[in-house]
Design a protein around this ligand. Structure first.
Ligand SMILES: Cc1ncc(COP(=O)(O)O)c(C=O)c1O
Ligand SMILES: N[C@@H](CCCC[NH3+])C(=O)O
Length: 385
């Protein structure tokens, strides 16, 4: 839970709002430095998970790069102090304007996903007299064993180049004079909680690495993407994911050649646990079949439960009454606007504060203005007091 002065500060704020615990973020970044960066790995932070400038500045300071999926994110990374050589640009559908922005800044690498994209990027690079460094995003057909909507590495998914098309793509590369192939890229999905999909990825990545190098291309970057899952029901004191095991798995299982560096692009595991959505109970409704705690945050602030049936832990900050069972729901005019169903929490009353935990990744970034909802200012732990 939070120290009493933090909860007291929350009481003075207009809810709902996002709160970031910068100590948790620092601890997480230290773990990444200790177990990943210190081994010579390059870690890019996926801005899609969180693009708050203050969070990005901390991540940049810790020595991570930026993984972007839109022109807006490339611009945000630059505005937050990342240098172009620290920026990778991925995405299955980059517009011409977005590619031009990346070319203009001479970013580190474009992760490309189709033959058409390669042709267009080659043409645009030529127009601006540039050589674009590229990595091929390959679809390894690995089952990530996560929610269907965030599985990305199966042949049926829209992402990446299928192994069966790889030779055709390699054959066209020499003619694309304005592109320089520097690496291969994979990303099999998000919120992956088991380690076996990552082991399987390593086997596929090693084979593809060998195959491409045997064809005479030199790959300096082997990018295994992100996807490392977090514990959404964590008991507050044990929230930082096990990066030692995660990076150790790749260290052991990826066969890097002397001229190669291992790259990662992590989002959720870096920022997920430092963020909470703080909300006030508006009303309670006790009924024959259900009790409802109606809070002032909704799916507009955190869509993950509605979209992926995600179960974020909910802590009641201002009540230690005996427990009751509730559906914790928001004010939006949709029945899917439900954070949790049938959970036992201390009995709440109008005005009580709750924290919806593990909301730092894909929370604030996915907020919408549906129902003309307004956003309240974000609170950072180091600005309280
Ligand atoms: C290409 C790519 N890289 C990195 C990420 C970051 O993933 P995660 O937040 O699961 O680490 C994503 C999102 O899943 C992605 O699509
Ligand atoms: N938005 C998703 C993750 C998507 C990952 C992006 N490829 C989530 O909240 O879990």
């Amino acid at each position: 839970m939070f120290p009493s002065e933090v909860t007291d500060f929350f009481r003075t704020q207009k809810t709902p709002f996002y709160y970031y615990d910068m100590d948790v973020l620092n601890t997480t970044l230290n773990e990444i430095r200790e177990h990943g960066i210190s081994k010579g790995f390059r870690v890019h932070f996926a801005l899609k998970a969180n693009n708050q400038p203050k969070i990005l500045e901390k991540i940049k300071e810790a020595g991570l790069g930026a993984d972007c999926v839109s022109g807006g994110e490339v611009q945000r990374a630059i505005d937050s102090g990342f240098t172009p050589d620290e920026i990778a640009f991925a995405g299955v559908g980059k517009s011409d304007e977005e590619m031009e922005l990346g070319l203009k800044h001479d970013i580190f690498c474009f992760n490309c996903e189709s033959t058409q994209e390669l042709e267009v990027l080659n043409e645009l690079a030529g127009k601006y007299g540039k050589t674009a460094r590229i990595a091929l995003r390959l679809n390894p057909n690995v089952e990530a064993d996560t929610h269907k909507y965030i599985t990305t590495g199966l042949n049926e998914n829209k992402f990446g180049i299928n192994a069966s098309d790889l030779d055709e793509v390699l054959a066209m590369l020499p003619a694309l004079k304005n592109l320089k192939l520097i690496g291969i890229h994979f990303h099999i999905g998000s919120q992956i909680e088991k380690f076996t999909p990552f082991e399987e990825l390593c086997i596929k990545a090693n084979a593809l690495n060998d195959h491409i190098e045997e064809k005479g291309f030199e790959l300096s970057v082997i990018n295994v993407g992100g996807g490392f899952g977090i514990n959404y029901g964590h008991p507050n004191d044990n929230s930082v994911p096990d990066f030692e095991r995660f990076f150790g798995l790749f260290e052991q299982n990826i066969n890097l050649k002397d001229h190669q560096q291992l790259h990662f692009e992590l989002g959720r595991s870096i920022v997920g646990q430092c963020g909470s959505l703080i909300s006030r109970v508006l009303f309670t409704k006790y009924g024959q079949t259900k009790n409802f705690a109606i809070v002032d945050a909704g799916m507009t602030e955190l869509i993950r439960p509605a979209l992926y049936q995600a179960a974020h832990r909910i802590d009641v900050l201002t009540s230690s009454r005996a427990e009751e069972k509730y559906d914790v729901v928001g004010p939006i005019c949709e029945s899917s606007d439900t954070f949790r169903t049938d959970i036992s929490i201390p009995k709440v009353e109008r005005g009580d504060l709750v924290a919806i935990r593990s909301a730092g990744a894909y929370g604030e970034v996915m907020r919408s203005a549906y129902n003309l909802r307004e956003a309240n200012p974000t609170v950072y732990s180091d600005e309280i007091g």
